[in-house]
Ligand binder design. Sequence first.
Ligand SMILES: NC(=O)c1ccc[n+]([C@@H]2O[C@H](COP(=O)([O-])OP(=O)(O)OC[C@H]3O[C@@H](n4cnc5c(N)ncnc54)[C@H](O)[C@@H]3O)[C@@H](O)[C@H]2O)c1
Length: 254
Amino acid sequence: MGSDIRGLVVIVTGAAQGIGANYSAFLAEKGAKVVMADVDEPGIKVLAGKIERSGGEVVAVRADVSSQQDTEQIASLAVQNFGRIDGLINNAALFSALLPKRSIFDIDVTAWDRVMAVNIRGPFLCCRAVLPQMQEQKSGSIINISSNTVLSGVPGFLHYVTSKSAQIGFTRALAREFGSDGIRINAVMPGLVETLIVKERYSDADQQRAIAVRAIRRAQHPDDLNGVVAFLLSKDSEFITGQTFNVDGGALFH
Ligand SMILES: NC(=O)c1ccc[n+]([C@@H]2O[C@H](COP(=O)([O-])OP(=O)(O)OC[C@H]3O[C@@H](n4cnc5c(N)ncnc54)[C@H](O)[C@@H]3O)[C@@H](O)[C@H]2O)c1
């Protein structure tokens, strides 16, 4: 049956496509109330409409997670619509937008700074925006979406891997700060997930290589991340904080 997340109010950033879109549909299907945030306004509206038509409770908001004002708006909207904030999934990132991979010499300073602004400042600002409400409630669960590239150190993706590594330290330090408020902060590291964009932009050889090093030798799908996310949002994980869950079919162990 899985972890019970019925009635939880959960913010998902980067919800317009890929894994974030899948989290949103899954959480709504399991009875959570979902606030979907993304810079891609048309994308998010279309998806929110679809989820609503199948009976889910969602609100969609155009927001850039690197903007303090936008992240405060996400939190306000959650409280206005649903009265509380139980979960935040810091999923928005510059990931597929960075492909193809490139060497350090082809990553200019502007690109480096933008990755840090979205992938690190974004989660920082989203946490700052939701934490006061969670403190008032004396409960909350924050999930930072990192990447198993932190463990493998893949080449050609230096800004991305650096930003995803920062999320681990961020998760641990924040967990220490808010444990006594009843707020838990954990990180999830997906492996290479076959989203539509990954299928399009990674060569077949790259996708086969990712499968070959897994203990469980198959493609990873967005649905493979649903269980860990539901578990971390639910009471089933109430004594777990500051941890990193690597969900990559056993490609890497840590
Ligand atoms: N797909 C994979 O193989 C994989 C592997 C490991 C980790 N991850 C991580 O999982 C998460 C989702 O991955 P994905 O493959 O769905 O990514 P994706 O690149 O397909 O989608 C990212 C989403 O974030 C949104 N976004 C980008 N910048 C934003 C901003 N400033 N403010 C708000 N939204 C913004 C985009 O519009 C998009 O909807 C990311 O954090 C990624 O780093 C993905």
